[in-house]
Design a protein. Structure first.
Length: 460
């Protein structure tokens, strides 16, 4: 722990690199990089790291770009996913999402907030550490540009942990945090429901068994599970029940911090011999967000226990999706579509390092450009609404993780995405101070306030 930091010097160094960070971010944005198509942006990041004289730059088998500064035995990692979602309906954009523009305050384009802005701050934060001789003794800094997060969050870190055999002391996630320091988030899982029917000619539908009609009943139950209250007389008690000590006695307080779980039908599929026939199968995907106290098996069982799922008995199958898309390198890391919930203790050493760094540099309230401040009147230490690679880093493996990143959650996946230039500078400075203020002597064996369990299969 370095208690003799010159905070004005750190802020000045970050500000001096402001234009470089903006240029780097715009270069990344110019390379479309949806999941499994990150090859060009990975090359852009590798070139920038090499230009800045990182001690070592490599691309692992999955396609993660990893830059190293320092030569200590212990690792502090800063993670940014470098894939983005697509642009959706281009008519919703006012400018080219891959060319964009900048003004004095903002940078426009797909990936600015989610999440290539974090990559810019992380790379230049590590550069400043080297410039100022602020790589902590005994440590090296690992800057990760991780792939396929939008498709399967955390899978990239499953690969880093299990294949690359890298286990950091702690990880800073640079996902957008609206100027806050985030110590956890809800988990999620992707559930599939398949319903069987029997086809027949559409002129006599009574001869068949319409799978779409069965699914229509089930869909109403799924909707009720999300929207209902949890009163005694309610047949399908809503997910809000997990905020009540009656239903979640051990973790209701953690659930209130994270927010209630949710479920929504995100996709629907069917098969039918023709448009003149009764459908013989119907399937849906359910996006299930999980709060503290919910487990992968409790969420599956909750769907199996819905009245209309039970009504149709053996004609219904409830399961969890698996993920096996090849990365841009062709590597396949098959895993389940289950992403565990996690919360750190606010007193954890790695969380306090970020808090202490922010307070020393910028005070104890969130800061930002004037046009961003309406998003930031909240506690400095909080949680994400969406999920991040932390589902594997902390959720699966218990590696301490904490979030602080440029941009806004509300910009993620939205048209006309922007991020703020000031955030890039702020985050780079905080990263420099935080790794130096980390007090290893205050690290405890279990920093987790809540961490959901793994499943019962062999997925690592």
């Amino acid at each position: 722990m370095n208690t003799n930091l010159n905070y004005d010097q750190i802020k000045a160094a970050a500000a001096a690199y402001g234009k470089d960070m903006t240029a780097f971010l715009r270069a990344m944005i110019s390379h479309p990089s949806e999941s499994c198509e990150e090859k060009e942006v990975a090359a852009c990041i590798k070139a920038e790291m090499e230009k800045l004289n990182f001690d070592k730059v490599e691309v692992d088998g999955l396609g993660n770009v990893i830059g190293w500064m320092g030569d200590g035995d212990k690792i502090i990692a800063i993670d940014s996913h470098i894939d983005t979602v697509g642009v959706g309906n281009i008519d919703n954009w006012t400018a080219d999402p891959y060319k964009g523009y900048e003004d004095d305050e903002i940078i426009y384009g797909r990936g600015g907030s989610d999440q290539e802005g974090g990559m810019a701050s992380a790379v230049y934060g590590a550069k400043i550490m080297k410039d100022l001789g602020l790589i902590p003794e005994g440590y090296k800094i690992m800057v990760v540009g991780s792939v396929q997060e939008e498709d399967c969050d955390g899978m990239c870190w499953q690969y880093i942990y299990n294949k690359d055999k890298i286990v950091p002391e702690f990880v800073i996630s640079t996902e957008p945090t609206d100027g806050g320091i985030y110590r956890g988030h809800r988990g999620r899982m992707e559930i599939r429901v398949d319903v069987k029917g029997v086809s027949c000619h559409g002129s006599a539908p009574e001869r068949g068994d319409n799978a779409i009609y069965k699914m229509a009943d089930i869909l109403q139950d799924v909707r009720a599970l999300n929207e209902n209250d949890a009163e005694e007389g309610t047949e399908i008690k809503g997910l809000v029940k997990m905020l009540d000590p009656k239903y979640n006695p051990d973790h209701y307080e953690d659930a209130r911090f994270l927010g209630r779980g949710t479920c929504t039908t995100s996709q629907i599929f069917y098969t039918s011999p023709s448009r003149c026939a009764v459908a013989d199968s119907c399937s849906i995907s359910i996006d299930r967000r999980m709060t503290a106290g919910e487990t992968w098996d409790s969420c599956l069982q909750e769907i199996r226990d819905l009245p209309n799922v039970k009504k149709y008995g053996d004609d219904v199958k409830v399961s969890m999706y698996m993920y096996d898309r090849p990365s841009w390198t062709g590597e396949v890391y098959e895993t389940e579509c289950y992403f565990p919930t996690w919360i750190n203790k606010e007193s954890a050493a790695h969380v306090q390092a970020l808090v202490d760094a922010h307070k020393a540099l910028y005070g104890d309230e969130r800061i930002g450009a004037e046009s961003a401040m309406h998003l930031r009147h909240r506690p400095l230490t909080d949680k994400w609404t969406f999920s991040t690679n932390g589902v594997a880093i902390q959720g699966r493996y218990g590696i301490p993780c904490v979030g602080f990143g440029p941009g806004a959650e509300s910009q993620a996946h939205a048209p006309n995405e922007i991020t703020w230039k000031q955030d890039l500078v702020t985050c780079a400075a905080v990263y420099v101070a935080a790794v130096n203020l980390y007090d290893e002597s205050k690290k405890t064996d279990d920093v987790a306030q809540f961490r959901a369990g793994k499943t019962n299969n062999d997925i690592l």
